[in-house]
Ligand binder design. Structure first.
Ligand code: KIV
Ligand code: ZN
Length: 505
C-alpha cells in the first residue's frame, strides 16, 4: 500500500474563510492538535499577507514538532523571502509558491503571457530552492488551464527543483472523472513527473471537493491538501476528515493509507469549530452532530441489533464514545426502551406501553425530546404504580446529642409490620428499619432531595436510585417532611424491585 501525504491547510486556506480569523495563540493550539492528529504537512499561513500571519507561521515553526511546516508565497522574491523568514525556525520547512496558469487568470488578473508565467514560475522555484530543499509549486486554477501548458509548466518547475507540484481546482469547477484525467495525463505526458510528489487541492463550489480529490488519488496523486471541517475560501476546501475516512473505510478499494490517527478527528474538528466560530452543519459527513445519530425507528432497531446495518464506520474510529439514538416522533419502541433502561428505570409491560404512548404524543408536539422529558413521563407512570408496602407511620428521634433512631410501621395486604433501627442520621436509620421489616438489604447508589415549592412549608421531593442484581431502580417520594419524602422514595424503589422479583410484571 502506498501512503497518501496529508497536507493540512486549515490555518491558511481555512482561515481565509469569511469570518474565520484566528489569533496567533489559537493558531498554535490548532497546529499542535494537527500534529497530534498526525498530519504530514501544516500550511501555517501566508506570511507576507499580514504581520499576524508572519508571527503565527513563525511561532508554529518554532513550537510544533513532527509535521513539515509550510508557508505560502506568491511567485515573487519578496514573498519568498518573508515566507522563508517565518518557516526557517522549523527543521522541516517548506516554501509553497504559486502562480496562476489558466487563460482567464493570466489574461485578466496577471496580464501575463504563457511564456512570462512559465519563466516567473521557474524563477520562483529556483529562488525558493536556494533557501530550502522542500519547495512546492502550484499552478493556480490548474483545472481550467490548457493541458499542454500545464504539462509544460509542471515539467519546468520539477526541473527547477520543485519537490511537490500541487494541482489546484481553485474554483471547484471540475468533476471527478475529468479531474482524475488531468492527473493521469500529467503522469503520461510529463517525463520527469516521478521526481516530485503530485498533490491536489480541490475547492468545494459544486460540492465535489472530496470526490475530485479521491479521483485524483485513484489516478496517482500522492498528496492531498485539505482542511478540518472543509473550511476554506467560499464553499471551502476538501475536508480532511472526509478524505481520510474514505481512504480508511474503503481501504480495499483505494489500496492506500494515511498516517492520520483517526480517533483524534472528532476532537480536532470541535477545536477548529470552537476557535473559528464556524458552526458545523449537523448533517456534515463524519463530524456533524447527526453523523452517528439515528432517529427513525427502523434504523434504531437495526443499529441496536447490529450496528453495521446502518453504520459504515464506528463512532469510536473518529474518537466518539458511541452513536446516539435520538428520540423523536420517528423513534420506535426499541430505542425508547433502551433510553428508559439507560436512565435507570425498569417498567412493567403495561407501564411501558403507557409511557411509550405518552412519549409518542409528546414527540408529536415537541421537536427535541430530552432525557428530562423521558424521566418526567416515566416518573408519572411510577407514581401511579400500586405499592406493595405502604408507609403507615414514621417516628424519628434525632439531634446533635442523641443517637438517631427511626421507628417505621409499614402496611402490606392489610397487615402491619414495624421495626426500629439506628444509623448515620435519620434517613439512614429509617432505611435500615425498612430493610429490617423486609428482611433484605438494598444498595442505595444515589439520593437527592429538592424543594418543589417555595416557602417554609415547601414540598420536598426525594429521588433515589437503588441497585439490585445489576439493575437500577428509581424511586420518588414527596412530602412537606423531608424524612417522610425520603422514606417514600426508598419504599417506591423497593416496591418496584419486589414486583419485579415476584414476576408481577
Ligand atoms: O485554491 C488555490 O488555488 C490555492 C493555491 C494557493 C494553492 O489556494
Ligand atoms: Zn485554495
Amino acid at each position: 500500500m502506498e501512503k497518501i501525504i496529508i497536507f493540512d491547510s486549515t490555518l491558511r486556506d481555512g482561515e481565509q474563510s469569511p469570518g474565520a480569523s484566528l489569533n496567533t495563540k489559537q493558531k498554535l493550539e490548532i497546529a499542535q492538535q494537527l500534529s497530534v492528529l498526525g498530519v504530514d504537512v501544516i500550511e501555517a499561513g501566508f506570511p507576507i499577507a499580514s504581520e499576524g500571519d508572519f508571527e503565527a507561521v513563525s511561532l508554529v515553526a518554532k513550537k510544533v514538532k513532527g509535521p513539515v511546516i509550510c508557508g505560502l508565497a506568491r511567485a515573487l522574491k519578496k514573498d519568498i523571502d518573508v515566507c522563508f523568514d517565518a518557516v526557517k525556525h522549523s527543521k522541516r520547512r517548506r516554501i509553497h509558491t504559486f502562480l496562476a496558469t489558466s487563460p482567464i487568470h493570466m489574461k485578466y488578473k496577471l496580464k501575463m503571457s504563457q511564456d512570462q508565467v512559465f519563466q516567473a514560475a521557474i524563477d520562483a522555484v529556483r529562488y525558493a530552492k536556494n533557501k530550502t530543499d522542500d519547495v512546492e509549486f502550484s499552478p493556480e486554477d490548474a483545472a481550467r488551464s490548457e493541458i499542454d501548458f500545464l504539462c509544460r509548466i509542471v515539467e519546468g518547475v520539477i526541473d527547477a527543483g520543485a519537490t511537490a507540484v500541487n494541482i489546484p481546482d481553485t474554483v471547484g469547477y471540475s468533476v471527478p472523472s475529468e479531474f482524475g484525467q488531468i492527473i493521469s495525463k500529467l503522469y503520461s505526458r510529463v517525463p520527469n513527473i516521478h521526481r516530485a510528489v503530485i498533490s491536489v487541492h480541490c475547492h468545494n463550489d459544486l460540492g465535489l471537493a472530496t470526490s475530485n480529490s479521491l479521483s485524483a488519488i485513484i489516478n496517482g496523486a500522492r498528496q492531498v491538501e485539505c482542511t478540518i471541517n472543509g473550511l476554506g475560501e467560499r464553499a471551502g476546501n476538501a475536508s480532511l476528515e472526509e478524505i481520510v475516512m474514505s481512504l480508511y473505510v474503503r481501504k480495499n478499494f483505494f489500496n492506500v493509507y494515511t498516517d492520520i490517527k483517526t480517533s483524534e478527528i472528532s476532537k480536532t474538528s470541535k477545536l477548529v469549530s470552537s476557535l473559528t466560530g464556524m458552526v458545523i452543519q449537523p448533517n456534515k459527513a463524519i463530524v456533524g452532530s447527526n453523523a452517528f445519530a439515528h432517529e427513525a425507528g427502523i434504523h434504531q432497531h437495526g443499529v441496536l441489533a447490529k450496528a453495521t446495518t446502518y453504520e459504515i464506520m464506528t463512532p469510536q474510529s473518529i474518537g466518539l464514545k458511541s452513536s446516539e439514538l435520538v428520540l423523536g416522533k420517528h423513534s420506535g419502541r426499541h430505542a425508547f426502551e433502551k433510553k428508559v433502561k439507560e436512565l435507570g428505570f425498569r417498567l412493567a409491560q403495561k407501564e411501558f406501553e403507557k409511557a411509550f404512548n405518552d412519549f409518542k404524543a409528546l414527540a408529536d408536539k415537541k421537536k427535541n425530546i430530552y432525557d428530562e422529558d423521558i424521566e418526567a413521563i416515566v416518573e408519572n407512570e411510577i407514581s401511579r404504580e400500586k405499592q406493595i408496602y405502604e408507609l403507615e407511620s414514621i417516628f424519628i428521634t434525632s439531634g446533635s446529642a442523641v443517637r438517631p433512631l427511626a421507628k417505621i410501621k409499614l402496611r402490606k395486604d392489610g397487615k402491619f409490620f414495624s421495626a426500629e433501627a439506628s444509623g448515620d442520621g435519620p434517613v439512614d436509620s429509617a432505611y435500615k428499619a425498612i430493610e429490617e421489616i423486609i428482611a433484605q438489604r438494598f444498595k442505595l447508589i444515589d439520593y437527592s432531595l429538592k424543594s418543589v415549592s417555595i416557602g417554609k412549608d415547601a414540598v420536598g421531593e426525594a429521588m433515589v436510585k437503588v441497585e439490585y442484581k445489576g439493575m437500577v431502580y428509581l424511586g420518588r417520594g414527596t412530602s412537606t417532611d423531608v424524612i417522610e419524602a425520603s422514606v417514600k422514595a426508598f419504599l417506591s424503589a423497593i416496591n418496584r424491585i419486589l414486583r419485579n422479583i415476584k414476576g408481577r410484571d
